[in-house]
Design a protein around this ligand. Sequence first.
Ligand code: UN1
Length: 511
Amino acid sequence: MKEIHDILGKLGIAASNNGVSTGQTSWQGGGALLESFSPVDGLKIAALTGSVKTDYDRAVETATLAFKKWRSIPAPKRGEIVRQMGAKLRERKHELGTLVSYEMGKSLQEGLGEVQEMIDICDFATGLSRQLYGLTMHSERPQHRMYEQWHPLGVTGIISAFNFPVAVWSWNAMIAWVCGNVCVWKPSEKTPLTAIACQHIIQQVLKDNEVPEGVSCIVSGGREVGEWLANDPRIGLVSATGSIPMGRSVGEAVARRLGKSLLELGGNNAIIVTPTADLKVAVPGIVFGAVGTAGQRCTSTRRLIVHESIFEEVKARLKKAYGQLKIGNPLVEGIHVGPLIDRPAVTQYENAVAEIRKSGGRFVVEPAVLTGEEYASGCYVAPCIAEVENHFAIVQHETFAPILYMIPYSEPDEAIALQNDVPQGLSSAIFTNDLRDAERFLSHAGSDCGIANVNIGTSGAEIGGAFGGEKETGGGRESGSDAWKAYMRRQTNTINYGTALPLAQGIKFEI
Ligand code: UN1
């Protein structure tokens, strides 16, 4: 791709890059070389060095010192700095969105959309910086005042995944910063360059505002960096996005030291289609959810639970829609499906396909690994659909690929039971025009997921809501609503402005 060299230049990406940064200062880490290859064409984009423990410690020490200064800056002033970061991201939206698309493989439209989410969260966080509200309570004691306030936690560790290589960092970092925390980011080793580009974009803002060195750190590297963060008592909160096994080991390590973690892990998201569903709305929602980002969103639609009376019709419409999908270079306009992140991801797709067949699943739209000049990176696969049973082990498991499972149902309660009968609990949706079906789905006896939608699909959540899910998805909430509370510690304060010392619960203590 010719244009990419221009774009890399504008984002400050060279052939070899510094993999560790404390904000204004960055350096070559002493760790292994991380080479970034584009799944779009298989070409090497650039390289950077990962960090060793001493690089990590230097970053965390700098962050810890920076926290003392940063927390003293009034929250609305921190919000103003985040606003300026949003302005820089607006200026660089095209370049960063293109790099996201090229390094990760999602469509350019989705790459730009991801940067838009970053801009939106900057706006949200700026407003939030004036709204970090606590409650006031009426004390049971005379001449006493009781209230609560929210204080920053300290150093926030952010572990992000390849599929949203920049937006998920910003959901965490922008909120953490207005709350008064400093951040140490371990980006995915599959998309290290987008992270360096983000740091370059905000660097001028950090300098212009004389932000203390260490407020925004990057520590590049593999799994061990995540383990350092998880086990480090200096890290007040570890926010991790990724697979369930990754989240389980981070969660266990953080819990062992009684730290705080915010886990945003895998989903196994279903859409229920009832007999009254408007299929003109449902079908594009299903297809976008299943094949968008090549099925590599944690909110991707994996299961389709369709009423038996319309099963054949939905199947026929989906076959037609899948037949029109354009698979190819995601930077080219009009392409619906780009590559998977790398060849190991293609192997996982192939293994899942084999297991579906072995379990007795039947393909409605056939899977394929695509070959030919256009697909030379070896990372392109065909989105497929299989009729399965919900209890198959492979269906219970999240495969990060565009594989959609179809499951029939006959009774409304059965649909909800099938929807909930997986270990994960991130996103869910129902397409219906029946008020009762919709309300049952949203009720306490309905979907058990963190996100439940009516007449829109499972993916494409807005930043304004709290984002996250239940069960093996990890229970954390990021982004909008009051998710900010996870980044702060609550303090309850009681003040006696009288001249006596009345005790609570009517206790008398005479001396
Ligand atoms: C993720 O896949 O980790 O709902 C995040 C969506 C996006 C976020 C997905 N806004 O599809």
